[in-house]
Design a binder for this molecule. Structure first.
Ligand SMILES: CC(C)=CCC/C(C)=C/CC/C(C)=C/COP(=O)(O)OP(=O)(O)O
Length: 285
């Protein structure tokens, strides 16, 4: 179906880390995951784009309408929006909890309002919206022997990924006037002035801050990865690849905290492929 081809192209071009895992799935699940990715990317791009705030809000509201159209079976194959057509088809084939996208939109709306997170508990609510939601949506495609417990672990794995993402993108987000880390932690480690520079704020304990948050991410990885044995082999390999690549990023960041202030920490393509393939072989990376 052309609509899926479009979503696959979006995934191949834009999912610099997650495409390695998605490629390991059998066709029907791979196509469904590409539809999930393409809509999540669209929502994220609305949030990160250059439109004025009221137009962003309008586009997010239109995306909520799109979800309602899918839920009520009002999407035909002749619809001109390939992401809508692909996701509607995927939602017919798999029990995808589409409410996860409403949560993702809630999270992007929090971004638009410039919400700051005073505490870790508050940050976790945001992470649940923007990343746990994706984990739970993915679980609908994978299938899981214990959906309730699986959803909890998927949420926690999403938290681990999002915390890693926040650490990785500290500099870029600061340049856009955003800091996601809890204010109480920034104050505790003397980093409340922000990170737009190549060096940590004078007099701060930046290394201590990164170590503290990385330990939280590590704990979330350990708990969230309990999902793996609950999945079939290729869904497990896909999730292990996604998590494994981000886990390695976390390792790089923890080993050299100041690297995140110099630019975006990433893994070379060969290493991402290696992590993905060792997941498929059932090994550890
Ligand atoms: C069960 C399960 C599958 C759990 C994982 C859920 C998951 C994939 C959450 C995504 C969270 C995240 C850090 C997105 C960044 O996307 P991005 O496109 O900005 O990433 P990039 O910048 O690294 O390419």
């Amino acid at each position: 179906m052309a609509a899926y081809r479009y979503c696959e192209a979006v995934t191949a071009l834009q999912a610099r880390n997650f495409s390695y895992g998605i490629r390991l799935l059998p066709e029907a699940k791979r196509l469904a995951m590409s539809a999930l990715y393409a809509l999540a990317r669209r929502v994220d791009d609305i949030g990160d784009g250059d439109l004025p705030p009221e137009q962003k809000a309008h586009q997010l509201a239109r995306t909520r309408d799109l979800l309602d159209e899918i839920r009520t079976g009002r999407v035909g194959e002749d619809d001109t929006d390939p992401i809508k057509v692909a996701l509607a088809d995927a939602a017919r084939r798999f029990p995808i909890p589409l409410g996860g996208f409403d949560e993702l939109i809630d999270g992007v709306e929090m971004d638009l309002k410039g919400v700051e997170y005073g505490t870790y508990e508050e940050l976790k609510v945001y992470c649940r919206c923007v990343a746990g939601s994706i984990g739970r949506l993915s679980l609908g495609v994978y299938g899981c022997e214990d959906p309730e417990l699986g959803a909890r672990y998927a949420d926690t794995l999403g938290l681990a990924l999002q915390l890693t993402n926040i650490l990785r993108d500290l500099r870029e987000d600061a340049a856009n006037g955003r800091t996601y880390l809890p204010t109480e932690d920034l104050v505790r480690f003397g980093c409340q002035e922000g990170f737009a520079l190549d060096r940590p704020p004078v007099g701060s304990d930046f290394t201590g801050l990164v170590a503290f948050e990385a330990a939280r991410a590590q704990a979330a990885f350990e708990e969230g990865l309990r999902l793996l044995p609950m999945l079939d082999r290729r869904s497990r390999a896909c999730t292990a690849a996604m998590a494994g690549i981000y886990h390695r990023l976390l390792g790089r960041i923890a080993a050299e905290p100041e690297s995140v202030l110099r630019g975006r920490v990433s893994l070379p393509g060969w290493e991402k492929a290696y992590v993905a393939l060792s997941g498929l072989a059932g090994g550890r990376s």
